[in-house]
Design a protein around this ligand. Structure first.
Ligand code: NAD
Length: 263
């Protein structure tokens, strides 16, 4: 299937590692011009070089924190200046820490809102008007299966990602007539550094070994295994494509069947 991504310009936020990196790789392989950002210059530059080498596409990169609205604005302008327009924006950031309600301070809540919700708003504010000019666009938010079924211990993620989902659904309605689709992709347990960190946190709290934590997750998943970042990225690439032109306002779980709900 030709996804029609050749020559499209795609921004992927928080993409030096994990899911963001896999999405950037997939879009570059499909022929898109890709621009990535993350906080640490060294790892980000290496990621850009790796993707460039294996896809043969130029990858634009800039170190920034996605919670900084002016840095996001300058990045989107620089991508437009380099590639001429913006077609696709995939929002992403690191996940907030796991904690109980009792031990979560007001500043932890504020930081989770900045990290998950405000960062998405900053990218949407910068990219949607540019997509609107071309009457074509794809805004894709990366959240979590927690928006369909809260995960025990992930209080901040469960709460704030629900707001991102509400935002995405609302933007889908507002921008559909402009040829712009807005969809939310919800990873289940996918093997990345984030999951290793989560397993280590649970292991420290419960005394079980990290491999036991992974095994307990695998038992929960009908597919009986964790997902790979590439399996996740394939769904994002489809949503970004020409072929997904009538698909908007959805929240799609890529979770091996983890979420048991009908819809
Ligand atoms: P990861 O920790 O492996 O990678 C996160 C990436 O975001 C890195 O490139 C990091 O440098 C970058 N980043 C973090 N904070 C940033 C900031 N403030 N500004 C710019 N860049 C920043 O995580 P991942 O597994 O790829 O997960 C991506 C998102 O998906 C996270 O929000 C995570 O909570 C969520 N998620 C992951 C899983 C999973 O199983 N991996 C499941 C559900 C949800």
């Amino acid at each position: 299937m030709d996804l029609g991504l050749t020559g499209r310009v795609a921004i992927v936020a928080a993409a030096s590692k994990g899911l963001g990196r896999a999405v950037a790789e997939e879009l570059a392989h499909e022929g898109a011009h890709v621009a990535i950002c993350a906080r640490t210059t060294g790892i980000l530059a290496q990621t850009a070089t790796d993707i460039q080498k294996c896809s043969g596409r130029e990858v634009f990169h800039r170190a920034l924190d996605v919670t900084d609205s002016s840095a996001v604005g300058a990045f989107v302008s620089a991508v437009e200046a380099r590639f001429g327009r913006i077609d696709i924006c995939v929002t992403n950031s690191g996940g907030p820490p796991s904690n109980s309600f009792k031990n979560t301070k007001p500043e932890d809540w504020r930081s989770a809102v900045d990290q998950l919700l405000m960062s998405t708003i900053f990218f949407a504010r910068e990219t949607l008007p540019r997509m609107q000019k071309n009457r074509w666009g794809r805004l894709i938010t990366i959240t979590s299966s927690a928006v369909k079924q809260p995960v025990d211990g992930l209080l901040l993620s469960n709460s704030v990602r629900a707001a991102v989902t509400g935002l995405a659904r609302t933007l889908a309605n507002e921008y559909a007539a402009d040829g712009i689709t807005v969809n939310n992709v919800c990873p289940g347990y996918t093997r990345t550094a984030r999951l290793d960190h989560l397993a280590a946190t649970i292991s420290a709290r419960t005394g079980s070994k990290p491999e036991e934590v992974f095994a307990s997750w695998e038992r929960e998943i009908p597919a009986r295994r964790l997902g790979t970042p590439q399996e996740f990225a394939a769904v994002v690439a489809f949503l970004a494509s020409e072929r997904a032109s009538y698909l908007t306002g959805t929240s799609i779980a890529v979770d091996g069947g983890l979420i048991r709900s009908l819809l």
